[in-house]
Ligand binder design. Structure first.
Ligand code: ATP
Ligand code: MG
Length: 562
């Protein structure tokens, strides 16, 4: 199985092309895809889209999907990234079985392939510098100029290329280039570079190589070696497809079909690994898995579930044209999933004390609370109720406006799963801050009792002052202030759009059932949103909670309006 209970991809231009190939027998009915990350950063939500697409299509067609690390650029790559990528794909629910491959495993084969092109007079060793190659390339409106080394004899090319590999020349001295067409309207076809000399330590091949293949030279041939049938990539590679085709055709090897789709963009998020790396390196965030990051590990730490991310990827679909998805859709997907699964509990994020003057001192009364109204199997739990309680500071107003149905002097509210209380007196400190609300409770109104039906307009969540535990709660806002974080004034860079208030840390009080909450457990704090235990800072006994998302669903509201 390549994919968990995946919903079949709805028909789109990719599945239509696969269906056509299956009809015409182009790949004997085989469907074999791959996910090819470059291990130079952690995966983000855009990669999640690509993972769901590649593994999803393989599952739908009873095919296979490989994991292939595209590790052709040793300077920026690292095993830390390899490990995180594997963890994230597994967590999303996909399995590449034993098919874990590395482009670097093919360096020898790629070299053999290159020798073949040299022998066939289809590749040559060039002495132009990177700068000169650029000058010779021409522009979209002007053709390029042939390299003066283009017509070097085959024997000489072979000799030089072998010596390039043997390490006889300094970095940058020569390149190997395909001999295609400097007059092509497609710049990628203008004698593209296949190899450069580069002495860099590779995280897998060590110092075995001092020539490294370019992306274009490595990618299609790696697909071909693995017997990939459908090589799905993002739109910026559309202009590379003629080159992809040229290489496999001129080598006479298995010919996968490259298919391009529009990359995923999400409002308020950046997807460039280079920029995400800057946020990490400059300590703007707390690592790649900071809960504000668009990375899979960040979303996981934030409390997102694999199901919600897969659902999001399905709903986004595949397009041929770039667009930007509203982040509210992603939040909607996680709310829907958490609504069905999260345990309801009570936590007071900004506590103010309530003293019930007519409730016996020292008495602890256990109240029955529903764990999840959406899930009858989730059962009930007991929540301790005492003379001193905490409620949310914002749930009280001394001088309330017309539509405020929460607590105010002389007013009544229901405490969830407990009694109706009435505010009798407001106690302040010398500075005028409210420090205590003295209230009475009506013993006839205990939740679930026959007389409990007396109606009041507001119901508040609460915790016992003595029985609750202190917990740190982290509320997150968007990391960037603009929908498009790359849109800046006066040429500033994207960091100018950072939201200075994207993290708020609170000392909250939570009901005692949460004292040993474990990372990965999903909660709804009643009226406050969905939360999970932070996997880095939370400790048994002193939990730290991340808010995954608030309860207010702007997406649902937008879609019912239209
Ligand atoms: P960057 O441009 O930031 O370096 P990348 O796209 O080059 O990122 P890769 O590791 O090469 O990162 O990506 C692996 C796969 O994920 C590729 O097939 C790529 O097309 C796909 N992918 C990357 N970003 C997105 C995105 N935003 N939406 C959909 N697919 C994506
Ligand atoms: Mg890439």
């Amino acid at each position: 199985m390549a994919s968990p209970e995946s919903t079949p991809q709805t028909s789109n231009f990719i599945t239509q092309l696969i269906d056509e190939h299956n009809r015409t027998g182009r790949y004997e009915g085989r469907v074999h895809t791959r996910f090819p990350p470059e291990p130079n950063g952690y995966l983000h939500i855009g990669h999640a889209k690509s993972i769901c697409l590649n593994f999803g299509i393989a599952a739908d067609y009873r095919g296979l999907c490989n994991l292939r690390f595209d590790d052709t650029n040793p300077a920026k790559e690292d095993v830390e990234y390899v490990d995180s990528i594997k963890e994230d794909i597994r967590w999303l629910g996909f399995d590449w079985e034993e098919r874990e491959f590395y482009a670097s495993d093919y360096f020898e084969t790629l070299y053999e392939y290159a020798l073949k092109l040299v022998r066939d007079g289809k590749a040559f060793v060039c002495e132009l510098t990177a700068e000169q190659i650029r000058e010779h390339r021409g522009t979209l409106t002007e053709p390029g100029r042939n390299s003066p080394f283009r017509d070097r004899a085959v024997e000489e090319n072979l000799d030089l290329f072998e010596r390039m590999r043997a390490g006889e020349f300094p970095d940058g001295r020569y390149t190997l280039r395909a001999k295609i067409d400097m007059g092509s309207p497609n710049l990628n076809m203008r004698d593209p570079v296949m190899y450069r000399i580069l002495r860099a330590h590779h995280h897998r091949t060590g110092d075995a190589w001092c020539i490294y293949p370019t992306y274009d030279w490595a990618h299609g041939q790696s697909d071909s070696i693995e017997g990939i049938t459908h090589s799905i990539c993002t739109l910026e590679f559309e202009d590379h497809r003629p080159l992809y085709d040229w290489f496999v055709e001129n080598l006479g090897i298995h010919h996968p079909r490259q298919i391009e789709f529009a990359r995923l963009n999400v409002t308020y998020m950046i997807m460039s690994k280079r920029k995400l790396l800057r946020l990490v390196q400059e300590n703007i965030v707390d690592g790649w898995d900071d809960p504000r990051m668009p990375t899979i590990s960040g979303l996981r730490r934030r409390g997102y579930t694999p199901e919600s991310i897969r659902d999001f990827a399905d709903r986004v679909g595949v397009a041929k044209k770039e667009s930007t998805i509203d982040i509210a859709l992603l939040e909607h997907c996680v709310r829907e999933d958490l609504n069905a699964r999260a345990l309801r509990v009570m936590a007071v994020l900004d506590p103010v004390k309530v003293v019930l003057t007519n409730f016996p001192e020292g008495q602890v009364e256990m109240m029955e609370a529903v764990n999840n109204p959406e899930d009858p199997t989730a059962g009930m739990r007991q929540v301790p109720f005492t003379r001193e309680l905490y409620i949310e500071r914002e749930d009280f107003m001394e001088d309330p406006p017309g539509k405020f149905f929460r607590l105010a002097p002389g007013r009544e509210v229901r405490l969830r799963y407990a009694y109706i209380i009435k505010c009798e007196e407001v106690v302040k400190d010398n500075a005028g801050n409210i420090v205590e609300l003295r209230c009475s409770y009506d013993p006839q109104t205990r939740s679930g009792m026959p007389e409990a039906n007396r109606k009041v307009k507001g119901t508040l969540h609460w915790v016992s002052a003595s029985e609750s535990v202190e917990a740190e709660v982290r509320l997150y806002d968007r990391l960037f202030l603009r929908e498009d974080p790359d849109e800046t004034d006066n040429g500033e860079d994207f960091l100018a759009n950072l939201n200075p208030d994207s993290l708020q840390i609170l000392r909250a009080r939570v009901e005692p059932s949460l004292v040993d909450a474990l990372p990965g457990t999903l909660y709804q704090f009643e009226r406050k949103g969905y939360f999970t235990v932070d996997s880095r800072y939370g400790r048994p006994g002193t939990p730290v909670f991340n808010r995954t998302v608030s309860l207010r669903d702007t997406w649902a509201r937008m879609s019912t309006k239209s």
